[in-house]
Design a protein around this ligand. Structure first.
Ligand SMILES: C[S@@+](CC[C@H](N)C(=O)[O-])C[C@H]1O[C@@H](n2cnc3c(N)ncnc32)[C@H](O)[C@@H]1O
Length: 215
């Protein structure tokens, strides 16, 4: 089956109705990732067919939940430790009303996301080169995938969360130990199981917010 057909089947399984232009943009992102990965070593996943599942479909699995939690997905999202833009670039392609900043401490990764934003004409996407602890702007949603423990993620990005903001942490199996280790002023308000098409592994989103906000 072609990548286009597999993407179509994956979107259907996820219940995501994306226009053809956005589907083509997702596939072009995958092409850029495969191309520049050979030069810049952006991700350990090298096979384009594996990239489709482990990067594209895996990231697409958060789009529906994000739209639901973030009021139609408007506002600003910071993707921490985004690497080659995962899941941030995929979110930016699917949610054009959301301004997405993909942050990484490694310059070549942030530069790649900048290149994607220009090449795929995504004015709502930026690649930022910095450490999360130094971010001073505020975001409605702060996300991460394969970045750090929940405790380190919230500790490092707390100052970047807007007053009513929420954290979205993509995880594999429900991380009971990490949830138990969270500080008392962080509330987990939902642990959401995900079914990633073609992926035989557990995935979930841990949704969190500052407990002090008392909402
Ligand atoms: C395992 S990679 C995950 C990349 C991507 N999110 C994904 O799922 O493919 C973790 C990334 O976090 C970045 N990183 C580590 N510490 C960081 C920090 N303090 N601030 C920003 N980025 C950081 C690393 O450079 C690396 O690209």
């Amino acid at each position: 089956m072609s990548q286009e057909a597999r993407l179509g089947a994956g979107l259907q399984a996820l219940g995501l109705d994306l226009p053809d232009a956005q589907r083509q943009t997702l596939l072009r992102y995958l092409e850029l990732l495969a191309k520049w990965n050979r030069v810049y070593n952006l991700t350990a996943v090298r096979d384009p067919d594996e990239m489709l599942v482990q990067h594209l479909l895996d990231s697409l699995a958060v789009v529906g939940p994000l739209r639901r939690e973030a009021g139609g997905a408007t506002g600003r999202l910071l993707d921490v430790g985004s690497g080659a833009g995962l899941p941030g670039v995929v979110i930016a392609i699917c949610c054009r009303e959301l301004k997405v900043d993909c942050l990484d401490a490694v310059g070549k990764k942030a530069a790649f996301v900048q290149q994607v934003a220009a090449g795929l004409q995504l004015p709502n996407l930026r690649g930022l080169h910095d450490r999360v602890e130094r971010v001073t702007e505020r975001y409605d949603v702060v996300s991460s995938r394969a970045f750090a423990s929940l405790s380190d993620f919230v500790a490092g990005s707390r100052q970047a969360l807007a007053e009513q903001g929420i954290w979205l942490a993509m995880k594999g199996k429900r991380p009971e130990d990490e949830i138990a280790a969270l500080p008392a002023d962080v509330a987990v308000f939902h642990v959401e199981q995900l079914n990633v098409p073609e992926l035989a592994a557990e995935r979930c989103i841990v949704w969190m917010r500052p407990a002090a906000a008392n909402r």
